[in-house]
Write a protein that binds this ligand. Sequence first.
Ligand SMILES: *Cc1c(COP(=O)(O)O)cnc(C)c1O
Length: 389
Amino acid sequence: MSYFSHLECSVPCGRPALDPRDPHHLCACGAPLFARYDLVRARTWSRDSLKGREPTMWRYRELMPLFDDEEPVTLGEGFTPLLRARTLGARLGLDRLYIKDESLNPTNSFKARGLSAAITRAVSLGAKTIALPTAGNAGNAAAAYSAAAGLACEVFIPRDAKRPFIDECRLYGAHVTLVDGLITDAGRLAAERGRPLGWYDVSTLKEPYRIEGKKTMAYELAEQMDWRWPDWIVYPTGGGTGLIGMWKAFEEIERIGWVAPQRRPRMVSVQAEGCAPIVRAHQQGTEKTAPWEGAATLADGLRVPSPIGDVLILRALRESGGAAIAVSDTSMVDAMLAIGTDEGVSAAPEGGAALVAIERLVAAGSIKPSDSVVLFNTGGALKYLDVIT
Ligand SMILES: *Cc1c(COP(=O)(O)O)cnc(C)c1O
């Protein structure tokens, strides 16, 4: 049974709840919207009911944005393995280092989760054309889920994006517009072109449902770790959808009683030295980020100079007692090789970045040898193999 009830401002600004049977993008105050559930009634939903369900993120459908008369648009996303990284762990002196391997999602990254949820709702809302700006992976996932749903897809991608990202959009029949500039410029163009044509915009956090897809990473961690939280979650952060989503999910999971009251994980945002607005704001102790000028990094997913969910990301870092760390592009590439060589896991530069951050936190004495640490490998290496040659 679905407990999905309404949408409300993520801040919250105090405006009245919105009906999810109508299309909504941002709150009138400009902040992202959150999907909300009847968590009081959801306390009767037992985690034992998960046994025997499909190993996808939709196994948590009661607390997903899906009404009882609807079916998800799915390609088998989610329920990715939580691997024990023994060799890397031994090297770092960590007994409990895990890799949440998101590279095994459809289209090779965790963007599949967000787009599966967003396009599921778009179908219910009667959308015909999906549109989005992307650094690469989100466009690939949007193109694939649009194809699965029988919708048209318009992708706006920086001209300097890597070839495999551009080609894969076309593989799924999307129409690709190459944009001179960054993802922010691509976003402006997508909105301008789409507004008169009624395109359904699935830009990060500009609609409420990509977060709901990504929050399932926290549900899976809880289930895979036998209903305990790890001590640390290390998350390569661009727009921060997954970090915001997991922080939201911790609260949902606690409120329905699936995890006994305990310290929540410390959240670590990892960014690139060439684009680190969250790291800078966290260090300065500000509520919001200032736009990062001249954003440059080979980790496309981290090239987000002005994350729209900055307030929510920074709040989660603070409330969790976490950290924010910027790493160099060369160290990310070395770490991709280390993850591949030691563990046989295909890591995107973003996954490599997470390993570099863990090394730093161990060296600084923040992460203790007995701590449990989850490295989010947010995507696979295949579309970036040129960086290791
Ligand atoms: C998009 C992306 C990220 C950043 O994800 P957010 O949740 O938007 O911060 C990290 N890694 C990869 C591989 C990505 O594609």
